[in-house]
Structure formats: C-alpha cells, structure tokens
Design a protein around this ligand. Structure first.
Ligand code: SAM
Ligand code: SF4
Length: 472
C-alpha cells in the first residue's frame, strides 16, 4: 500500500484562519494526505497567512526564507516538497509572492482553497499556480466534510464559519479587500455541519465570521434569518452545551441577538464587541459608523438581557489624527465599561485602504507609550475579573488533560482556563468547580460536590483568561 503523503499547515491570525486550515486539511485528506506536526517530513507545506497588520504579513516572507532551506534539503534527499501560500496575504499580494519567493509552488486566496488539489496538479505540470479571483461558486459547496476521526481529534470545541467577508469598509482595514463582500451561508448547511460535529462529540460551537452578527442567511422557511434566529436553531441541537459567536460589529446587534442572550442558557455570556476607539472624532475617521454613545447603548441592552454578561473588545492606538485627548477618551471608555479583557494594537497602515493615504500624526514612540498605557489599564481590569472568580463555584466545560499528572483543563463561560485534579472521564462535561486560586491566567479549583440542578449562571460578573492584550 502506498504510504500517505504528509501535509504540514501553519496558520496565522484570526479564528477564521484556524477554521480554514482545518478545511484545507479535510480537502487534502481526500487526496491521501495526513497531517504532520513537523515541517521536515512534509510533502506539502501550507502557510495560511494574515494580512491585517504589517507585522503579520511580513512573517510570511521570513517563514518562506526558512522553508527554502528545508525544501532544498528535501530535494537533496530525492524528495519533492510543495509549498503553498494561502489566506489573506495570498489574496492581497499574489503576484508579489510569486515574484519575491520562487520557492512557492501555489498561491491561493481564501475564497478558492477548495481548488487546492487542482492547483497542486497544475503546479506540478506547469511549474507554479496562482488563484486569487473570487470564484462565482461558493467554496462551502465543494469542501469535503471532516471525517469523524478528524472531528474527534480536534476536541470538544469547534468553529463553524457562518458568514464571510465584510461590507463595512472601516478605513484602516484590509478585510473587505482580502475576504470580499459579505456572504452568509444558508441555515440548512450550517445545521448540517453542527449536527455532524455534535454526533462526533463536539460540545461547544463558536459561530464565526468577519462580521458575524451581520449574518443574513437563507432559512429553511425561505426567509432571511438573523444571527439571533440562527442561534436559537443551534441551541436546539442535542449535545451542544455551549454556543459562542465572534466577531461582532456594534452596529449589527439587533433585537433578535439581544433576545437570544436573554432566552438561551447555552449562549455564553461573554461577547467580543470591538469598539476600536473611545473618541467620536476618531470613530468617524475610521468610518466605524457608530458613536461612543451608540456603543454604550448596545452594551446596556445586552446587560439588561443577561446580567452576568461580560465584554471584550479590540482597540487601535495611534490612528492618524489621534490626539492625546482622543486617546484619553479611549482610556475613559475602558474605565467606564470595565472589560474582562481586550486586544489592543498599534495602528498599522495597510496598502490600498483609505487610512493609508491619511497623514500619520502619532510618532512611533508616542504610539508605543499609548499602547503601554492602554494595556496596563486593560490588564488591571482582566486581573480583577479573574480574581473575582476566587471563592465562587462556576461551570466549567472540560476539554483535555493538562500538563501535570491527573490535571484536567477546561474553560469557564468567560473562556478562563480552569484546572482540576480529576479523572479524564469528565472531558466533554460541564461541571461545577469551586475556584480556589488563580495562577497567572488560570483558575485552579476542585470539582464541587454534585449539586443536582446546576444553573448556567456563574456568580461573578467579569471575564476571560488568556493574556488578551497584544501590540502586534
Ligand atoms: N470585524 C471585526 C471588527 O469590526 O471589529 C474585527 C476584524 S479584524 C480581523 C481584528 C482587529 O484587528 C480589528 O478589530 C482591529 O482592532 C485590528 N486591526 C484591523 N486593521 C488594523 C490596522 N490596520 N492596524 C491595526 N490594527 C488593525
Ligand atoms: Fe474590518 Fe471589522 Fe471594519 Fe469589517 S467591520 S472593515 S472586518 S474592522
């Protein structure tokens, strides 16, 4: 029997890329490829790239430099290694990659990766292949479903893309250009995916999209369904204990979404709702199409629907024209809201976006300083949030064994990692845990004596776990 060929995939950036990477693995599994964790023994290496900030993009070229050496070494050993660049850098810089990196065999944009097998065949007959058009067909109709073994190996929590692309055109952002126009998948296809995942042990689903709450997919009744309506349908699927969604835009939080938070215990009370800035002047220059007051009102509506809800956000510091006063308005908003965590970034001009033509007014040193000030504030809120869990009994969905013997790791409703000493049998279950201490970003505790009826409403009011602040 022919030995399977090996595929190594390295993914950068957002959760959409994590999902896409899995779908590429599923596509190539049909062609006889198995995944390998190392580059050295791979017959095919895929870099699934991110173009959101300059630093993320440039990583691709340094990685390709390293891969050139590995590919040459494989060739000396009589083995052909193919290299493919996928994702948003592929979309934005397709021809440039071909020019700058002769080591690359295939360049494929995020809407075309269902064509990977054909592109690899074309590369082997014609040298190299590039596809960065937005194809007319919907790639989801052509992607093979994951095999049961692959689903089980990926664990009890899974992403499902429900929406792609964005029509918002924030002036700093490349997404509308790299991912294209907003498209929603039909409800029936999403439900089919979730049923398959649930049948194979998945307990937690995160519905993802660049602008997930702009979801407007065709429902089984022929009407257009909103995200709130879709969430209700997903909550009905047996086996699914927890549901999340990401990433949302403040303008698209409609009444159906607020009502879903009110009515669905499985919908986790932790929402990532990026605001970017606390200054109306900067929000307008960013073309965010909402004010700070609009944003506050959205949070109030969600809080009224679900009292234990906590929020995280994204912030950009040093956007062109941002004054010290604008920046202080951001600090004031963070102080007022009290986030469970947040990501923060230095503004990075992206070629082709309107903001790239604006005059940059914030020096690199000032940008660094603002980032540090913002991150200190967010870190202190996140610490307080995590500290507040100590002494409480909270529901934890157990995911995997930990590094220490006997340790089982799960997550709270707010995505805080929680560790207990217990039997691996509890993996896949939601159980109450009495939190005793906090070690860096992880909560340590003990399984609470079984309480019978367990409400899905943790007693504390704030949220997440990992160090979310980032300046990349
Ligand atoms: N769709 C989401 C939204 O509207 O907030 C976020 C999409 S983007 C993948 C994730 C985050 O990257 C953004 O929220 C923003 O904070 C950050 N980002 C996007 N473009 C950036 C840029 N040019 N410079 C710095 N940060 C950027
Ligand atoms: Fe980018 Fe999000 Fe704005 Fe769309 S809504 S342009 S994805 S930041």
């Amino acid at each position: 029997m022919k030995a399977p060929r090996k595929l190594h995939i390295k993914s950068y950036g957002c959760q959409m890329n994590v999902y896409d990477a899995q779908r590429m693995v599923d596509t190539m599994a049909n062609e006889g490829f198995v995944e390998t964790a190392t580059v050295d023994d791979a017959d095919l290496v895929i870099l699934n790239t991110c173009h959101i900030r300059e630093k993320a993009s440039e990583k691709v070229y340094s990685e390709l430099g390293r891969l050139r050496i590995t590919k040459e070494e494989a060739a000396r050993n009589g083995r052909r290694m193919n290299i493919a660049v996928a994702g948003c850098v592929a979309q934005a810089e397709g021809n440039e990659i071909i020019r700058r990196a002769p080591v690359v065999d295939v360049v494929v944009g995020p809407q075309s990766y269902h064509h990977l097998p054909q592109l690899l065949a074309r590369a082997s007959s014609h040298g190299r292949a590039l596809e960065t058009e937005f194809p007319l067909e919907d790639k989801f109709g052509f992607l093979p479903p994951p095999k049961p073994d692959a689903i089980r190996a990926r664990g009890i929590s899974s992403f499902v893309t429900v929406q792609e692309g964005c029509d918002k055109f924030c002036t700093f952002c490349v997404v509308p250009y790299t991912r294209g126009a907003e498209v929603s998948r039909p409800v029936a296809n999403i439900v089919e995916d979730v049923l398959r995942l649930a049948d194979n042990g998945v307990r937690e689903i995160t519905l993802i999209g660049q602008n997930v709450n702009a979801y407007h997919g065709e429902g089984p009744d022929g009407r257009v369904w909103s995200l709130g309506t879709l969430l209700r349908r997903i909550a009905d699927i047996p086996g699914i204990a927890r549901i999340r969604y990401s990433t949302s835009h403040p303008r698209d939080v409609d009444d159906t979404l607020v009502a879903a938070h009110r009515d669905l215990p499985a919908l986790m009370p932790f929402v990532h709702l990026p605001v970017q800035s606390g200054s109306d002047r900067i929000l307008s220059a960013m073309n965010r199409r909402h004010t700070v007051e609009d944003y506050r009102r959205v949070l109030d509506r969600l809080r009224a629907a679900r009292q234990d809800i906590a929020f995280s956000s994204d912030f950009i510091v040093g956007f062109p024209g941002e004054t010290e006063e604008d920046f202080r308005a951001t600090l004031a908003l963070v102080t007022q809201i009290g986030y469970a965590g947040a990501y923060s970034f230095k503004y990075s001009p992206r070629p082709g976006t309107p903001a790239a033509d604006m005059r940059e007014t914030v020096s690199a040193a000032e940008m660094d300083q603002r980032l540090v000030r913002l991150q200190e504030l967010i870190d202190s809120q996140q610490s307080a949030f995590n500290q507040a869990a100590i002494g409480n009994t909270v529901d934890v969905l157990f995911e995997r064994t930990g590094r220490n013997p006997g340790q089982i790791v799960g997550r709270t409703a707010y995505l805080q990692p929680a560790h207990v000493l217990a039997s691996p049998d509890i993996i896949g279950q939601v159980l109450p845990v009495k939190i005793e201490t906090l070690e860096r970003y992880s909560l340590l505790g003990q399984l609470a004596p079984s309480s019978g009826a367990r409400a899905n409403t943790p007693a504390y009011r704030q949220a997440p776990a990992s160090p979310m602040t980032t300046g990349a």
